[in-house]
Design a protein around this ligand. Structure first.
Ligand code: ZN
Length: 443
């Protein structure tokens, strides 16, 4: 009889059991509030295609972590089975493994009987039902359709968007943050000439503009073109249905901005934007435009007072504020950015309006922070934080409306923005940023 217990047979009375496992991924759980290391997570897999989470506490790191390497096989004896995390589970199981002073870990020959991967897969159509559900993290597989550029958000965090397709040809937007974005970016550059399949772990379902999307966590890792049965099946299914059996699936496309519905706006130069016509049957034309900010205009102020319910500008009458849309007296009113900028691209120049979200993203601070720092009598002037925008090269997704054309009024509304002057990512950059993160967490 095998001296080893299967993971499914472990219970809280299993102290003296022995298991034969492959180490899956190892990652650190970090407290985002103060950037300290909480503990280290290790996923263990057995030959019955089962898995369990092992938690290595900080005081045990030196004793156990140097021994454990991802993908290697170990025989482990004397372990404690304890209640696992109640929330943000990367393995959907009530018990997890703790090592203790008697725990013995020995390297073992890899006979190939233990699978290399085990994921908690969810199909894309389930994601909308999992928005706000924090019990389990979500793993998904998909073919990479497109991926965006690295974008800087208002809190200086970097993110990138990826669109995946599953077996039912449904598409899903996945947002990867910080080192997770860098890991994806550096890996996809090596494989991007051909169709690319990926498994992404440890995601949370979020709602973004009425669509369910997925967002990365500490537990996120992207695995490209791995030999994993469901991923091979997806490849076959899509090859048969999309490529018509010719196995010529599209390689992923790099895009400035990605969306799950893939209505990619055309890139236009400013000269063409000024002469643009809205296609018959549409009431708005979206396009992409790259240019350098040459001025921040102050005709109408750089923020406005608005209704807290609908964000429309309010009317002031005898010291009271009225919202024409909500027809009531809004109290208290709030403020939002409305920043008008002049951009040029070599073919011409034009004027764009950045509303709250896009303005905050490119300025790098929420309006409230700026308002707190500025003296009352200086509020009418353009503050330095906005003047700093001058000289920045950005990609803007803008919306051209009949109003713009009929009134000859440029001030096109920006719907997405991303700075182009960010340093390009190389494999080195991804590596060194991982290194510096570790440094931050361990010191
Ligand atoms: Zn209102």
């Amino acid at each position: 009889m095998s001296p080893y217990s299967m993971l499914s047979a472990l219970s809280q009375q299993s102290d003296n059991k022995k298991i034969l496992v492959r180490v899956g991924r190892i990652w650190e759980a970090v407290n985002r509030k103060n950037n300290t290391l909480l503990h280290t997570n290790v996923i263990l897999l057995d030959e019955k295609d089962d898995h369990i989470l092992a938690i290595v506490r900080n005081n045990q790191r030196d004793a156990f972590l140097p021994m454990l390497k991802e993908n290697e096989v170990y025989s482990i004896s004397n372990l404690k089975l304890v209640p696992g995390p109640k929330l943000y589970r990367s393995v959907d199981r009530d018990l997890s493994v703790n090592f203790f002073y008697k725990t013995k870990i020995e390297e073992h020959q890899d006979t190939g009987s233990i699978p290399r991967y085990k994921f908690e897969l969810q199909p894309f159509h389930r994601v909308k039902d999992l928005v706000g559900d924090t019990k389990c993290l979500i793993d998904v597989i998909g073919m990479v359709m497109s991926y965006g550029q690295l974008e800087k958000r208002s809190n200086d965090a970097q993110k990138m968007d990826v669109v995946l397709m599953d077996t039912s040809e449904e598409k899903m937007l996945v947002t990867l943050w910080e080192d997770k974005a860098l890991q994806f970016m550096s890996s996809i550059r090596e494989v991007q000439e051909k169709a690319t399949f990926v498994a992404i772990t440890g995601l949370l379902a979020k709602k973004f503009s009425d669509r369910a999307t997925l967002s990365s966590t500490d537990a996120t890792r992207s695995y490209f073109n791995i030999d994993y049965e469901p991923l091979n099946a997806l490849n076959e299914k899509l090859s048969a249905s999309i490529a018509g059996g010719h196995n010529s699936l599209q390689a992923p496309t790099a895009r400035q901005f990605v969306t799950a519905n893939e209505n990619q706006p055309k890139e236009l130069q400013i000269k063409s934007i000024l002469e643009a016509k809205i296609p018959v049957g549409n009431n708005v034309l979206h396009c992409l435009c790259k240019g350098t900010i040459i001025d921040v205009l102050n005709g109408n102020g750089w923020y406005y007072i608005c209704c807290p319910k609908c964000a429309r500008a309010v009317r002031e009458l005898e010291g009271k504020f009225y919202c024409a849309a909500c027809t009531e007296e809004p109290y208290p009113v709030t403020q939002r950015y409305r920043v008008v900028i002049r951009i040029e691209d070599g073919t011409g120049s034009t004027t764009l309006t950045l509303f709250n979200k896009e303005a905050e993203q490119i300025i790098g601070a929420p309006l409230n922070t700026l308002l707190k720092e500025i003296e009352k009598e200086k509020l009418a002037e353009i503050p330095p934080a906005l003047k700093n925008l001058i000289g920045k090269k950005c990609a803007f997704q803008i919306k051209i409306t009949p109003y713009n054309i009929e009134k000859g009024c440029e001030e096109y509304t920006v719907t997405r923005v991303s700075e182009l002057s960010l340093p390009p990512i190389t494999n080195d950059a991804a590596d060194s940023s991982e290194g510096s993160n570790k440094k931050q967490r361990t010191t």
